[in-house]
Design a protein around this ligand. Structure first.
Ligand code: PEP
Ligand code: MN
Length: 263
């Protein structure tokens, strides 16, 4: 079902009036995690003013260490919904398990499946059944073929509102957090009709590399970007080193707009 062979034209997903896919470029931006009401509302205003269509922010955080900040859970979801009320931004946030699909669906516009859950097949079936738009991140050691099959799990439940998100893969290179695989964008656009989003924040782990790779992502044919932005990256509870300041995010939006108009 995900294959370009069964559907030749690009899938365009309508998310509350915001179109993802086709000739549109969308930007999903915000903090790694929802940390507080003030932090989230400030972030939302920043990304809205810079021209983003979606607010990102995790309320359930899949952290490497159990002692790291785990997220505000439903309190965080309520803050995301409030930020949507105030700004009109659509909300994309991660769902980490089957039990929380219904509560996340009640507050979010898009369910994010994180890299660590790309092959959690029971969760893929559950978000498929939910009918909600899904952002399917690439597993950190997943091949393109495995990723396509993960998407197939969602579509096979009757839910065609799926976007891929390239977020970097594990390689021998450890200067960057992950290796952003932009060839996957071109490959997916050839193999599938579904939209492809690129996350250069997790893809590099280094804020200085985010703007150049965002430009390259758009040039490679991505339908959208996911960017971590924090009002004060130095104080972020997670992923501060890859988060853009408001000024850098504004600069990224200006640069990317020029490239999007040219491709
Ligand atoms: C995130 O988007 O904050 C995140 C945890 O991403 P990933 O699943 O790609 O690591
Ligand atoms: Mn993050």
């Amino acid at each position: 079902l995900v294959s370009r062979e069964v559907k030749s034209e690009d899938t365009v997903i309508n998310i509350g009036g915001v179109l993802v896919g086709g000739t549109n470029l969308v930007v999903m931006a915000g903090p790694c995690a929802v940390e507080s009401r003030e932090q989230l509302l400030e972030s939302a205003k920043i990304v809205k003013e810079a021209g983003a269509q979606f607010l990102r922010g995790g309320a359930y955080k899949p952290r490497t260490s159990p002692y790291s900040f785990q997220g505000l859970e439903e309190k965080g979801l309520k803050m995301l919904a409030e930020a949507r009320e105030v700004t009109g931004l659509k909300v994309v946030t991660e769902v980490v398990d089957i039990q929380s699909v219904s509560v996340v669906s009640a507050y979010a516009d898009v369910l994010q499946i994180g890299a660590r859950n790309m092959q959690n097949f029971q969760l893929l079936k559950a978000v498929g059944k939910s009918g909600m738009p899904v952002l399917l991140k690439r597993g950190m050691a997943a091949t393109i073929n495995e990723w396509l099959h993960a998407a197939e799990y969602i579509l096979s439940e009757g839910n065609f509102n799926v976007m891929f998100c390239e977020r970097g893969i594990r390689t021998f290179e450890d200067y960057t957090r992950n290796t952003l695989d932009l060839s996957a964008v071109a490959a997916l656009k050839d193999l599938s009709h579904l939209p492809v989003i690129v996350d250069p924040s997790h893809g590099t782990g280094v804020w200085k590399l985010v703007r150049p790779m965002a430009k390259a992502a758009v040039a490679s044919g991505a339908d959208g970007l996911m960017i971590e932005v924090h009002p004060n990256p130095a104080e972020a509870l997670s992923d501060g080193s890859q988060s853009l300041t408001p000024a850098n995010f504004q600069a990224l939006m200006n640069e990317v707009g020029i490239i999007a108009a040219a491709v």
